[in-house]
Design a protein around this ligand. Structure first.
Ligand code: ADP
Ligand code: UVW
Ligand code: MG
Length: 421
């Protein structure tokens, strides 16, 4: 029986699993996700063939590894999913690990690569700990299956020195690897390939201002098919606010919020492994963002025509303001030569209201939206044009990004055999 590929995407508020064939391009066999981990109850979505199922779960799934085990069991025990009747039917498991440090490409997990990734997990406290815990579970329970990790950071290896360097003591920065790494790169690779195909341009001649707005939100300036600048930094905390993240604030602010910014507190325990983070990281990553302003992590309740409270309106206006700041800055950095403004991620793909506000407020740069196309939202294809005058630059597009597909695609293209660094 042909083998399949499992792609695992542990985000900050969701875990998404997709099974693919090993064809090139891979074909989706089934997709299962749990969202709302930071806004319980968690919601399960499951699709196989033409069938779709959605339910609110009454089990407690607080951490991504719990959601992963729940989803894997659910898929393997589905009698209709004959292609994956047992874990032995898998050829590869692809894992999204957001922080890959200096790794230049995907790596096959060995004791060495796993150890190296564990050493830098505090650089992405909301993500790497959980993702690596999922990698560990897979290595323990499915030892014969090749686990491959793909990194958000790889796409941003083209950031010029003057953009990735922080103006700090160069010796300390070098020793500790302190620089801008950037994130959501697996998504930006998918977006660049899909959008350049849509525009009929070679990727290496495509210039985009592209947003990945989900529970974690970032924006990237792509020049000639390469990441020129992006809003996240050393960690995914920098740049835009997210569901529970502050985004960039005055670095001194934390000393006014708490008297014990460096105090270590537990960020949870999984399978006997303890994880500590500083009070500063906990506050800025987990007790901030639009959830702390409004009480909801669900942006769909904030991006509404009639916000239920002043704080909902304020949270929406803050996001709009911060994104506009980057659109303006990246438009200038790209010398005004922008093929398209691209919306992606759970919020970017689903919130017509956010897209409308952002495009209206950046019309001085030449962006314009077709309201009815915008209200309809994404079509079946990966890229949907919502420009007022389709075909005229700069265009406005929605891209249904797919990090799981991007990983599976790269797996079948390169048939990874050994670790690369
Ligand atoms: N219709 C909608 N309008 C606005 N936001 C939405 C809508 N549907 C989903 N979202 C938001 O998308 C976010 C999740 O995005 P996603 O990219 O899947 O998350 P993650 O960061 O976990 O990968 C959540 O904050 C959710 O509220
Ligand atoms: C890097 C990051 O914030 O990822 P996500 O949006 O999936 O949480
Ligand atoms: Mg995500």
């Amino acid at each position: 029986m042909p083998k399949s590929i499992l792609s695992v995407n542990a985000g900050s508020s969701s875990v998404k699993l997709t099974f693919y064939t090993t064809d090139n391009p891979p074909k989706e066999i089934a997709n299962a996700s749990v969202s709302g981990l930071t806004a319980p109850p968690p919601v399960l979505k499951y699709s196989r063939g033409g069938e779709k199922h959605k339910e609110k779960l009454n089990v407690e799934l607080k951490h991504p590894p719990d959601a992963f085990k729940f989803l894997l069991k659910r898929c393997i025990s589905d009698p209709q999913l004959s292609e994956v009747a047992s874990a032995e039917d898998l050829e590869y498991i692809c894992h999204r690990v957001v922080h890959g440090g200096d790794y230049a490409g995907a790596v096959v997990i060995t004791d060495d690569t796993y150890g190296h990734l564990k050493d830098m997990e505090e650089l992405a406290p909301l993500h790497n700990f959980s993702a690596l815990e999922i990698v560990r579970v897979c290595k323990k329970e499915l030892p014969h299956i090749k686990s491959v990790t793909f990194f958000d950071t790889t796409f941003h290896r083209t950031l010029p020195d003057y953009i990735k360097t922080y103006p700090l003591d160069p010796r300390i920065s070098r020793e500790k690897g302190l620089r801008k790494y950037g994130f959501h790169g697996i998504s930006y690779s998918f977006i660049l390939r899909s959008v350049s195909e849509f525009l009929g341009k070679p990727a290496e001649k495509t210039n985009l201002i592209t947003m990945h707005i989900g529970s974690g939100a970032s924006i990237c300036a792509i020049k000639d098919g390469k990441s020129l600048d992006t809003s996240m930094g050393l960690t995914p905390l920098a740049g835009l606010p997210g569901a529970t993240r502050s985004g960039s604030v005055d670095p001194s602010l934390i000393f006014h919020v708490t008297e014990e910014p460096g105090k270590l507190i537990s960020a949870g325990e999984q399978e006997g492994q303890h994880r500590n983070i500083t009070m500063a990281e906990a506050i800025l990553n987990k007790s901030a963002g639009w959830k702390v302003l409004t009480g909801t992590a669900n942006f769909a309740e904030i991006a509404v025509e009639n916000p239920p409270t002043q704080n909902h309106k304020l949270a929406f206006d803050i996001i709009v303001d911060r994104i506009l700041g980057y659109i303006g800055s990246y438009f200038v950095k790209l010398g005004g030569r922008v093929d398209a403004l691209v919306f992606a991620g759970g919020v970017g793909e689903n919130s017509a209201l956010l897209r409308k506000r952002l495009v209206e407020e950046s019309q001085c740069l030449g962006f314009a939206i077709d309201e009815s196309a915008n209200d309809k939202g994404p079509a079946k294809e990966s890229v949907t044009e919502i420009s007022k005058e389709p075909g005229k630059n700069p265009r406005v597009l929605i891209c249904q990004t797919d990090e799981q597909f991007e990983m599976a695609h790269r797996c079948v293209c390169s048939k990874l055999e050994k670790a690369s660094i």
